[in-house]
Design a protein around this ligand. Structure first.
Ligand code: ADP
Ligand code: F6P
Length: 319
């Protein structure tokens, strides 16, 4: 291959820029040019891209978001638009694609590969919910943002002897809630993967009050229910008054952590290697400290499994 392309798609995540940089630098190292496609698959369909040289990815390793912009592009699910994009790419001499995104974006990459356009997936999502990799780019940064926020909430919760509910992102995956709950010492954590027990949540708050604890923190993943809904249930069922903080999109922004930058470097470089070795329809991931590549289809045919031993441990540690 002499020229490849890179795009970012789906929800952005901190570290995507570092991954773009790694793709460009690694490819250039091997004498291969890289086109940056703008606005995810939208730009792919329209051929909206430009050459990324060494300098154009300078000064972005520390920046959140994505320099290439991202989008949700529903029409890309249709063959017609995929084929239109492939045509545009081939006309521009592009022979392969690195897709940085989540499992939805991976489906697009597989379709392209099946249609003869070699594509490789790099896991970029704060949700940490891609099967086949223990970590995704952006999870560590989002987790640290959540933990810093909870530490701040805890200060005011303690001062006013309040119970707080903190709603975090995670429609289908509880990783952010789980890890943040453990890191911040939350009394209860509600995740989509586990049935919650409202009586247990109530008794933990009441037990805390009885032993003169100054605050309680309950973390709820958005996929379980809204923080305000939980507040209403606690009020109605046990007359417990809580304050609610919805962290929202601040979780997706900010300068990537050192860990996410390193992961982005490893994954971006590996994706280029895979393409240059003439392989495609692959995703890159990390398992037991080893970066490797695996079948793209595995990444969305299987379901991500959160580490539920953390859930059990958090219950034991927050008595
Ligand atoms: P994420 O990649 O973060 O999971 P989405 O699920 O929104 O985010 O997917 C991002 C984009 O990937 C979609 O807007 C669409 O362009 C593309 N995509 C998703 N599913 C498919 C599919 N089945 N076939 C082709 N492209 C898809
Ligand atoms: O997939 C990343 C994510 O941040 C999820 O945690 C969240 O549910 C979703 O994206 C929010 O997406 P949007 O910004 O499109 O509402």
């Amino acid at each position: 291959m002499k020229r490849i392309a890179v795009l970012t798609s789906g929800g952005d995540s901190p570290g995507m820029n570092a991954a773009i940089r790694a793709v460009v630098r690694k490819a250039n190292f091997h004498g291969v040019e890289v086109m940056g496609v703008y606005h995810g698959y939208e730009g792919f369909i329209d051929g909206k891209m430009e050459l990324l040289d060494l300098g154009s990815v300078g000064g972005i390793i520390q920046r959140g978001g994505t320099k290439l912009f991202s989008s949700r592009c529903p029409q890309f699910k249709e063959d017609e638009y995929q084929l239109q994009g492939i045509k545009k790419m081939k006309e521009a001499g592009v022979e392969g694609l690195v897709v940085i995104g989540g499992d939805g974006s991976y489906r697009g990459a597989l379709e392209l590969t099946k249609k003869g356009f070699p594509s490789v997936g790099v896991p970029g999502t704060i949700d940490n919910d891609i099967p086949g990799t223990e970590y995704t780019i952006g999870f560590d940064t989002a987790l640290n943002t959540v933990v810093e926020s909870i530490d701040k909430i805890r200060d005011t919760a303690t001062s006013h002897e309040n119970s707080f509910i903190v709603e975090v992102m995670g429609r289908d995956a509880g990783d952010i809630a789980l890890w943040a709950g453990l890191a911040a010492g939350a009394e209860s954590i509600l995740i989509p993967e586990e049935e919650y027990d409202i009586d247990d949540i109530i008794s933990r708050i009441q037990h805390g009050i009885a032993r003169d604890k100054k605050h309680s923190i309950i973390i709820v993943a958005e996929g379980v229910m809204a923080g305000n809904e939980l507040a209403k249930i606690l009020k109605e069922k046990a007359d417990i008054t809580t304050r609610v903080s919805v962290l929202g999109h601040i979780q997706r922004g900010g300068s990537p952590s050192a860990r996410d930058r390193v992961l982005a470097g490893l994954f971006g470089a590996k994706a280029v290697e895979v393409l240059l070795e003439g392989r495609s329809g692959r995703a890159v991931g990390i398992k037991n400290h080893q970066v490797y590549d695996y079948d793209l289809e595995e990444a969305f045919s299987n379901k991500h499994k959160a580490d539920l031993s953390l859930y059990t441990l958090s219950k034991e540690l927050s008595i």
